[in-house]
Design a protein around this ligand. Structure first.
Ligand code: E4P
Length: 217
Protein backbone atom coordinates (compact mmCIF):
# COMPACT_ATOMS: atom_id res chain seq x y z
CA UNK A 1 0.00 0.00 0.00
CA UNK A 2 1.29 3.43 -0.94
CA UNK A 3 1.11 6.36 1.49
CA UNK A 4 0.34 9.81 0.16
CA UNK A 5 0.31 12.78 2.54
CA UNK A 6 -2.73 15.03 2.28
CA UNK A 7 -1.21 18.43 3.01
CA UNK A 8 0.66 21.43 1.61
CA UNK A 9 2.67 21.77 4.83
CA UNK A 10 6.23 21.25 3.58
CA UNK A 11 7.77 20.82 7.05
CA UNK A 12 5.37 17.96 7.78
CA UNK A 13 6.05 16.42 4.37
CA UNK A 14 9.83 16.60 4.95
CA UNK A 15 9.54 14.93 8.37
CA UNK A 16 7.56 11.96 7.02
CA UNK A 17 9.60 11.77 3.82
CA UNK A 18 12.83 11.48 5.82
CA UNK A 19 11.32 8.36 7.44
CA UNK A 20 10.48 6.85 4.05
CA UNK A 21 6.75 7.18 4.72
CA UNK A 22 5.87 9.31 1.71
CA UNK A 23 5.08 7.79 -1.69
CA UNK A 24 3.28 10.93 -2.88
CA UNK A 25 1.36 14.04 -1.85
CA UNK A 26 -2.15 15.31 -2.47
CA UNK A 27 -3.19 18.93 -2.24
CA UNK A 28 -6.45 20.75 -2.90
CA UNK A 29 -7.57 24.41 -2.87
CA UNK A 30 -8.48 24.22 0.84
CA UNK A 31 -5.02 22.87 1.72
CA UNK A 32 -3.36 25.59 -0.37
CA UNK A 33 -5.43 28.17 1.55
CA UNK A 34 -4.34 26.59 4.84
CA UNK A 35 -0.67 26.79 3.79
CA UNK A 36 -1.02 30.53 3.15
CA UNK A 37 1.34 30.16 0.17
CA UNK A 38 1.27 30.64 -3.60
CA UNK A 39 0.11 27.41 -5.28
CA UNK A 40 2.95 27.28 -7.81
CA UNK A 41 5.66 28.07 -5.27
CA UNK A 42 4.49 25.60 -2.62
CA UNK A 43 3.78 22.84 -5.15
CA UNK A 44 7.26 23.26 -6.61
CA UNK A 45 8.79 22.94 -3.15
CA UNK A 46 6.77 19.77 -2.51
CA UNK A 47 7.93 18.31 -5.84
CA UNK A 48 11.54 19.03 -4.85
CA UNK A 49 11.06 17.00 -1.64
CA UNK A 50 9.03 14.08 -2.95
CA UNK A 51 9.84 11.96 -5.98
CA UNK A 52 6.39 10.30 -6.19
CA UNK A 53 3.19 11.78 -7.62
CA UNK A 54 2.17 15.20 -6.30
CA UNK A 55 -1.47 16.08 -6.98
CA UNK A 56 -2.22 19.71 -7.83
CA UNK A 57 -5.87 20.58 -8.42
CA UNK A 58 -7.41 22.64 -11.21
CA UNK A 59 -10.12 25.13 -10.26
CA UNK A 60 -11.76 25.77 -13.65
CA UNK A 61 -15.20 24.34 -14.28
CA UNK A 62 -15.19 23.72 -18.03
CA UNK A 63 -13.03 21.12 -19.73
CA UNK A 64 -11.02 23.45 -21.94
CA UNK A 65 -9.99 25.64 -19.01
CA UNK A 66 -9.26 22.58 -16.84
CA UNK A 67 -6.97 21.28 -19.57
CA UNK A 68 -5.22 24.65 -19.82
CA UNK A 69 -4.76 24.86 -16.05
CA UNK A 70 -3.70 21.22 -15.87
CA UNK A 71 -1.02 21.71 -18.49
CA UNK A 72 0.23 24.79 -16.65
CA UNK A 73 0.41 22.88 -13.35
CA UNK A 74 2.21 20.03 -15.12
CA UNK A 75 5.05 22.39 -16.04
CA UNK A 76 5.96 22.65 -12.34
CA UNK A 77 7.67 19.23 -12.27
CA UNK A 78 7.53 15.85 -14.00
CA UNK A 79 5.88 14.22 -10.96
CA UNK A 80 2.83 16.49 -11.01
CA UNK A 81 -0.49 14.65 -11.11
CA UNK A 82 -3.27 16.89 -12.40
CA UNK A 83 -6.27 16.67 -10.10
CA UNK A 84 -9.67 17.21 -11.72
CA UNK A 85 -13.13 16.97 -10.16
CA UNK A 86 -15.51 14.16 -11.00
CA UNK A 87 -17.81 16.17 -13.22
CA UNK A 88 -18.59 15.57 -16.86
CA UNK A 89 -16.12 18.30 -17.81
CA UNK A 90 -13.59 16.85 -15.40
CA UNK A 91 -13.88 13.49 -17.18
CA UNK A 92 -13.35 15.19 -20.55
CA UNK A 93 -10.25 16.92 -19.18
CA UNK A 94 -9.06 13.61 -17.70
CA UNK A 95 -9.37 11.89 -21.07
CA UNK A 96 -7.39 14.59 -22.89
CA UNK A 97 -4.69 15.01 -20.23
CA UNK A 98 -4.17 11.27 -19.70
CA UNK A 99 -4.06 10.67 -23.48
CA UNK A 100 -1.28 13.26 -23.64
CA UNK A 101 0.73 11.37 -21.02
CA UNK A 102 -0.12 13.33 -17.87
CA UNK A 103 -0.97 11.56 -14.62
CA UNK A 104 -4.54 12.45 -13.60
CA UNK A 105 -6.20 12.10 -10.20
CA UNK A 106 -10.00 12.30 -10.43
CA UNK A 107 -11.20 13.68 -7.13
CA UNK A 108 -14.47 14.15 -5.23
CA UNK A 109 -15.67 10.62 -6.04
CA UNK A 110 -18.68 9.52 -4.00
CA UNK A 111 -20.10 6.56 -5.97
CA UNK A 112 -19.00 3.42 -7.76
CA UNK A 113 -20.68 4.70 -10.92
CA UNK A 114 -18.44 7.77 -10.86
CA UNK A 115 -15.40 5.55 -10.34
CA UNK A 116 -16.26 3.48 -13.43
CA UNK A 117 -16.41 6.64 -15.55
CA UNK A 118 -13.05 7.85 -14.23
CA UNK A 119 -11.40 4.54 -15.12
CA UNK A 120 -12.94 4.65 -18.61
CA UNK A 121 -11.57 8.20 -19.02
CA UNK A 122 -8.04 6.98 -18.28
CA UNK A 123 -7.57 8.25 -14.72
CA UNK A 124 -4.29 7.30 -13.05
CA UNK A 125 -5.98 7.60 -9.64
CA UNK A 126 -9.58 7.71 -8.45
CA UNK A 127 -10.13 9.46 -5.12
CA UNK A 128 -13.19 8.21 -3.22
CA UNK A 129 -13.79 10.40 -0.15
CA UNK A 130 -14.37 8.11 2.84
CA UNK A 131 -14.74 10.66 5.65
CA UNK A 132 -17.18 12.93 3.85
CA UNK A 133 -19.46 9.92 3.16
CA UNK A 134 -19.24 8.81 6.79
CA UNK A 135 -20.08 12.42 7.78
CA UNK A 136 -23.53 12.03 6.19
CA UNK A 137 -24.05 8.55 7.63
CA UNK A 138 -23.15 6.69 4.44
CA UNK A 139 -20.51 3.96 4.38
CA UNK A 140 -17.27 5.33 2.93
CA UNK A 141 -15.39 2.04 3.29
CA UNK A 142 -18.12 0.14 1.44
CA UNK A 143 -17.46 2.42 -1.53
CA UNK A 144 -13.75 1.48 -1.50
CA UNK A 145 -14.73 -2.21 -1.40
CA UNK A 146 -17.21 -1.81 -4.26
CA UNK A 147 -14.70 -0.02 -6.47
CA UNK A 148 -12.06 -2.67 -5.72
CA UNK A 149 -14.40 -5.45 -6.88
CA UNK A 150 -15.45 -3.56 -10.01
CA UNK A 151 -11.93 -2.54 -11.03
CA UNK A 152 -10.71 -6.13 -10.50
CA UNK A 153 -13.66 -7.56 -12.49
CA UNK A 154 -12.56 -5.60 -15.53
CA UNK A 155 -8.84 -5.25 -14.87
CA UNK A 156 -9.05 -1.45 -14.79
CA UNK A 157 -5.58 -0.05 -14.16
CA UNK A 158 -6.76 3.10 -12.33
CA UNK A 159 -5.43 3.06 -8.77
CA UNK A 160 -7.85 3.45 -5.87
CA UNK A 161 -6.64 6.35 -3.73
CA UNK A 162 -8.64 6.31 -0.50
CA UNK A 163 -9.11 9.98 0.46
CA UNK A 164 -10.80 12.08 3.13
CA UNK A 165 -9.24 9.89 5.80
CA UNK A 166 -9.96 10.95 9.35
CA UNK A 167 -8.67 8.08 11.51
CA UNK A 168 -6.19 5.24 11.84
CA UNK A 169 -9.07 2.79 11.40
CA UNK A 170 -9.81 4.36 8.02
CA UNK A 171 -6.25 3.54 6.96
CA UNK A 172 -6.21 -0.05 8.21
CA UNK A 173 -9.69 -0.74 6.83
CA UNK A 174 -8.72 0.73 3.45
CA UNK A 175 -5.67 -1.54 3.46
CA UNK A 176 -7.83 -4.55 4.35
CA UNK A 177 -10.28 -3.98 1.51
CA UNK A 178 -7.51 -3.41 -1.02
CA UNK A 179 -7.11 0.33 -1.66
CA UNK A 180 -3.91 0.84 -3.68
CA UNK A 181 -3.09 4.13 -1.97
CA UNK A 182 -4.27 6.12 1.03
CA UNK A 183 -3.89 9.84 1.41
CA UNK A 184 -4.08 11.12 4.97
CA UNK A 185 -3.14 14.17 7.01
CA UNK A 186 0.31 13.92 8.65
CA UNK A 187 -1.28 13.81 12.12
CA UNK A 188 -3.28 10.69 11.25
CA UNK A 189 -0.25 8.93 9.74
CA UNK A 190 1.82 9.74 12.83
CA UNK A 191 -0.90 8.53 15.18
CA UNK A 192 -0.66 5.06 13.59
CA UNK A 193 2.35 4.57 15.89
CA UNK A 194 0.27 5.08 19.04
CA UNK A 195 -1.10 2.29 21.23
CA UNK A 196 -2.12 2.54 24.86
CA UNK A 197 -0.53 -0.84 25.61
CA UNK A 198 2.78 0.35 24.15
CA UNK A 199 2.70 3.33 26.53
CA UNK A 200 1.68 1.12 29.46
CA UNK A 201 4.35 -1.46 28.70
CA UNK A 202 7.03 1.19 28.40
CA UNK A 203 6.05 2.72 31.73
CA UNK A 204 6.34 -0.71 33.39
CA UNK A 205 9.75 -1.37 31.83
CA UNK A 206 10.96 2.07 32.94
CA UNK A 207 9.84 1.44 36.51
CA UNK A 208 11.46 -2.00 36.65
CA UNK A 209 14.65 -0.76 35.02
CA UNK A 210 15.01 2.01 37.58
CA UNK A 211 14.89 -0.67 40.35
CA UNK A 212 17.84 -2.56 38.79
CA UNK A 213 20.09 0.46 39.29
CA UNK A 214 21.85 -0.43 36.04
CA UNK A 215 22.96 1.74 33.10
CA UNK A 216 23.51 0.85 29.45
CA UNK A 217 26.72 2.25 27.96
C1 E4P B 1 -7.89 14.22 -1.32
O1 E4P B 1 -7.15 14.30 -2.27
C2 E4P B 1 -8.42 15.37 -0.59
O2 E4P B 1 -7.45 16.38 -0.58
C3 E4P B 1 -8.72 15.07 0.85
O3 E4P B 1 -8.48 13.73 1.21
C4 E4P B 1 -9.97 15.68 1.37
O4 E4P B 1 -10.15 15.33 2.73
P1 E4P B 1 -11.19 16.07 3.69
O5 E4P B 1 -12.54 15.51 3.42
O6 E4P B 1 -10.70 15.74 5.06
O7 E4P B 1 -11.11 17.53 3.34
Amino acid sequence: MKFFVDTADTAAIRELNDLGMVDGVTTNPSLILKSGRDIIEVTKEICDIVTGPVSAEVVAKDAADMIREGKHLATIAPNITVKVPLTWDGLKACKVLSSEGHMVNVTLCFSAAQAILAAKAGATFISPFIGRLDDINLDGMQLIEDIRVIYDNYDFKTEILAASIRSVNHITDAARVGADVITAPPSVIKSMANHILTDKGLAQFDADWAKTGQKIG
